[in-house]
Design a protein around this ligand. Structure first.
Ligand SMILES: C[S@@+](CC[C@H](N)C(=O)[O-])C[C@H]1O[C@@H](n2cnc3c(N)ncnc32)[C@H](O)[C@@H]1O
Length: 355
């Protein structure tokens, strides 16, 4: 289990009654690994390093005040952070988080007294900021998912393109690896994870094959071994896609508790933002985006009283957040330059004065 996050929300999210399996995860295309020939320059460029997605749009959405306090919850390789720093004056402040030690090592090279970097999952945001005596901020950015270096570094175990230990933890300093999970899960739980987070129609067959392999005394501890078992259990898959694509995605989301992290963090963003403070969230698959959209809508439209309830409009609960513009997607030009950006959706909301 990752730091301080209970497993309860996983089950809650897995069994969301109002979400059809098809809605649960419309497969994210960005961290998904599609088999693409190496000769494709666009993909080579995108995988060699992390290309920041919606860089200008996300930073512009924060409407940076030069002396404001900003949070980048997902430092990665610092693309957004550096742009925020460029727009801050000497009194401004940026506090960045990442749970990946490789990202932290990159951020530590930024020598700027306005910048602080915290090795933590972002669901601990409010507590970590309180340790720095920061109770309110002017803007928060979350650029969800994993970075290209995480996918492309074989030893991280996120990719079926390389045979490597089956790790998949963004934070390698603790928590269970994907191999640990496969070594202890039940067939039913595994099938649910693969189905709900990977939208994999062969989830049951894959789970059965994995558990049978384990029961035969062959522990699944490498990406290659897992990919091979999945390939044997999946009889149909999208052209150009590795049969293990959906299973790898599902395990990654589960191991890193990506949806729970987001659910726990959105209310903290609300509590942290000053009036007119902005939150900007970039999602890469439909369930993440749904959480963000529903959270913003819930705070925007707090009138959940029955129709005809005798109350004056002025007495209705007032919005705590208002959406800023419509959801923003990468331009065709950006997608061409960085195919991994193609499923990104940016949502922006502004805090009102309502408590
Ligand atoms: C898409 S990348 C961010 C890229 C970054 N915006 C840039 O321009 O370089 C996502 C990063 O967020 C980190 N991350 C994902 N979920 C996290 C969480 N719950 N808490 C902290 N960091 C997280 C990952 O480790 C990864 O480095």
């Amino acid at each position: 289990m990752n730091k301080g996050v209970s497993s309860a929300p996983t089950q809650a999210l897995l069994s969301q009654k109002n979400a059809s399996p098809a809605e649960l995860v419309k497969l994210e295309k960005y961290p998904l690994e599609v088999s693409v020939p190496n000769s494709n320059n666009e993909v080579d460029q995108a995988t060699a390093a992390h290309i920041t997605v919606l860089l200008d749009e996300a930073v512009e959405a924060l409407a940076i005040k030069p002396d404001g306090i900003y949070v980048d919850g997902t430092f990665g390789r610092g693309g957004h952070s550096k742009k925020i720093l460029e727009q801050l004056g000497c009194e401004g402040r940026l506090i960045a988080f990442d749970r990946d030690l490789a990202a932290i090592a990159v951020g530590e090279a930024i020598a700027d007294k306005r910048f602080s970097l915290i090795h933590s999952h972002f669901a601990a945001m409010q507590a970590k900021l309180a340790e720095l005596d920061v109770q309110k901020v002017d803007g928060i950015l979350l650029d969800l998912g994993i970075s290209s270096p995480q996918i492309d570094e074989a030893s991280r175990g996120f990719s079926f393109r390389y045979d490597a230990p089956l790790d998949m933890r963004m934070d390698q300093s603790g928590g269970q690896t994907a191999a640990d999970f496969l070594g202890s899960t039940t067939e039913q739980q595994l099938a649910e994870v693969i189905k709900n987070y990977g939208e994999e129609r062969f989830a049951k067959q894959i789970a059965r094959a994995i558990i049978a392999e384990r029961n035969d005394g062959r522990a699944i501890t490498t990406t290659g071994h897992l990919a091979q078992i999945v390939a044997g259990a999946v009889t149909r898959f999208e052209p150009g896609q590795n049969p293990a694509t959906r299973t790898f995605q599902a395990l990654r989301i589960f191991i890193n508790q990506e949806l729970e992290e987001l659910s726990l963090t959105l209310p903290q963003c609300l509590a942290l933002l000053k009036p007119q403070g902005r939150m900007a969230v970039i999602s890469f698959h439909s369930l993440e985006d749904r959480l963000v959209k529903q959270f913003i809508r819930g705070q925007e439209n707090r009138d959940d009283l029955p129709a005809n309830f005798p109350v004056r409009a002025a007495d209705l609960p007032q919005p705590r957040l208002v959406s800023v513009g419509k959801a923003i997607k990468p331009s065709q030009k950006e997608v061409k330059l960085n195919p991994r950006s193609r499923s990104a959706v940016l949502r922006v909301a502004e805090r009102t004065v309502t408590l």
